[in-house]
Design a protein around this ligand. Structure first.
Ligand SMILES: C=C(O[C@H]1C=CC=C(C(=O)O)[C@@H]1O)C(=O)O
Length: 435
């Protein structure tokens, strides 16, 4: 049994300003920041990494009222202020295909293979308020809490930076070959859909930091959830529109997201494109594979499953997607990690059938995706939390990095159109450079 001690202190500071001010010098950094809703967790340092959260005992509360002891998912609310009920927050960044034997690039390969990582410090903004959380394996030292509280209060406003960069073109020939292999596999009936990706190398004129990219993603026009995982000098980050699973108590939400068109330059153009997307058979078929998989998983491990039969439109800065929300109540004993493993990868990032599509991707894609399209998120000591699918992301170090984008291929897909769709999707991660 591992015992974790947690102290939460209410703060007034903006959590992003506080994170930018504190982050220097911390080898491990984690961000899960929903731009629309206050589900914002920013972690620094590593208190402990655990393979599972089943045998953990928590002692958490506000300030010095750390008396209540809670175990695993049965954690009870602790008497005191709002911060007293805030359990410790673990981050979990998982690779798209963790058992793919192909070597990842040297940047992705440098991340340790850890499951649930508890930072020493977590800056939190959620429905309870804003908090500084300090985690420890022994009773939390009050001097440490006081020092970080003072630093957070002194955080200056963050600043944006433009980072000039150039993108090295990827091989058009290689894309056509990949498309050919995907369409052949579809023609043979091995898969009905496969989600192919492209990886492009990026070089900047000057070294850039994870803080610069993070601030541009949070303050720029990208919509969705900003993710960051930094280990030593290397960091993975992006802004994804795709929620994989959210769990609060027994309420579970997921999202079917597949089918794409451009955002459009004007409101009228955007509406016309959205209407055409809703009426397009190819995109609706791509979308339906995702709906079927998510519905079948939820039917197995949940009840009161609600997945509408007609998709809506999700409007983003550069593209629009077909989107179907999913909601259910989870069966007792099923954890957020169980849900994440059952749902991931969906046909939105692998294909249909999922297992065969994953094997096909190992054969077709000349690189290992690493965290791109992986399930990345957080889970708290009460068993609640959420995971997003790490789309619109890249991995970076110093002056260089790789950015990733993909698209669903079905029998009618056209190589040129899919290539251009990925170009549009890449604009989100490229907006992290502030242009
Ligand atoms: C695989 C990606 O997008 C997925 C999510 C939304 C729409 C998609 C599509 O229309 O192909 C993809 O399934 C990506 O952005 O890299």
């Amino acid at each position: 049994m591992t015992r974790i001690y947690t102290c939460n202190v209410p703060i007034e500071a903006d959590v992003v300003d506080a994170f930018c001010w504190l982050q220097k010098g911390f080898t491990d950094q984690f961000v899960y920041y929903d731009k629309q809703n206050p589900t914002r967790y920013m972690g620094l340092g590593r208190c402990i990494a655990l393979p599972s959260l089943r045998d953990v005992e928590y002692e958490y509360g506000e300030g010095s009222s750390l008396r209540e002891v809670a175990t695993g998912a049965a954690a009870s609310e602790v008497a005191g202020g709002a911060g007293a009920g805030q359990p410790p927050v673990f981050f979990s960044f998982n690779r798209f295909d963790a058992t793919n034997p192909a070597p990842a690039d040297e940047l992705m390969a440098s991340f340790p293979r850890l499951r649930f990582m508890l930072p020493e410090i977590v800056l939190i903004e959620n429905e309870r308020g804003r908090f500084l959380q300090v985690n420890s394996l022994g009773p939390v030292y009050p001097g440490r809490v006081a020092r970080f509280t003072r630093m957070v209060a002194a955080a200056p406003p963050r600043q944006r930076a433009v980072i000039p960069f150039s993108l090295e073109p990827d091989s058009r020939e290689a894309w056509d070959e990949a498309m050919g292999a995907a369409l052949a596999a579809i023609g043979e009936g091995r898969v009905s859909k496969v989600v192919l990706s492209r990886r492009l190398r990026l070089v900047a004129e000057h070294p850039f930091s994870s803080k610069d990219l993070l601030v541009n993603l949070i303050d720029g026009d990208a919509r969705g959830t900003v993710l960051l995982y930094r280990y030593a000098d290397v960091f993975f980050c992006g802004c994804t529109p795709e929620l994989l699973v959210r769990k609060r108590g027994d309420v579970v939400e997921s999202m079917c997201l597949a089918g794409t068109c451009p955002a459009g330059a004007t409101a009228a153009e955007s509406d016309a494109l959205a209407e055409a997307l809703l009426a397009d058979g190819k995109n609706r078929a791509e979308h339906d594979y995702v709906v079927q998989l998510i519905r079948s998983v939820l039917d197995r491990v949940c009840y009161d499953v609600d997945v509408p039969t007609v998709p809506e439109i999700m409007r983003l800065a550069h593209v629009q997607h077909l989107f179907t929300p999913a909601r259910a109540r989870v069966l007792a004993g099923i954890t957020l990690a169980d849900l994440m493993e059952d749902l991931h990868p969906t046909p939105a990032v692998a294909g249909t059938p999922v297992g065969e599509a994953k094997m096909l991707l190992r054969a077709i894609e000349p690189y290992n995706r690493g965290f791109y399209a992986g399930a990345c998120g957080f889970v708290d000591g009460a068993g609640d939390g959420e995971f997003s699918v790490a789309l619109r992301t890249g991995v970076f170090d110093g002056e260089m990095g790789y950015v990733y984008g993909g698209c669903g291929i079905v029998g009618e897909s056209d190589a040129d159109a899919e290539y251009e769709e990925i170009d549009l999707k890449l604009r989100t991660i490229l907006s992290a450079f502030g242009a």
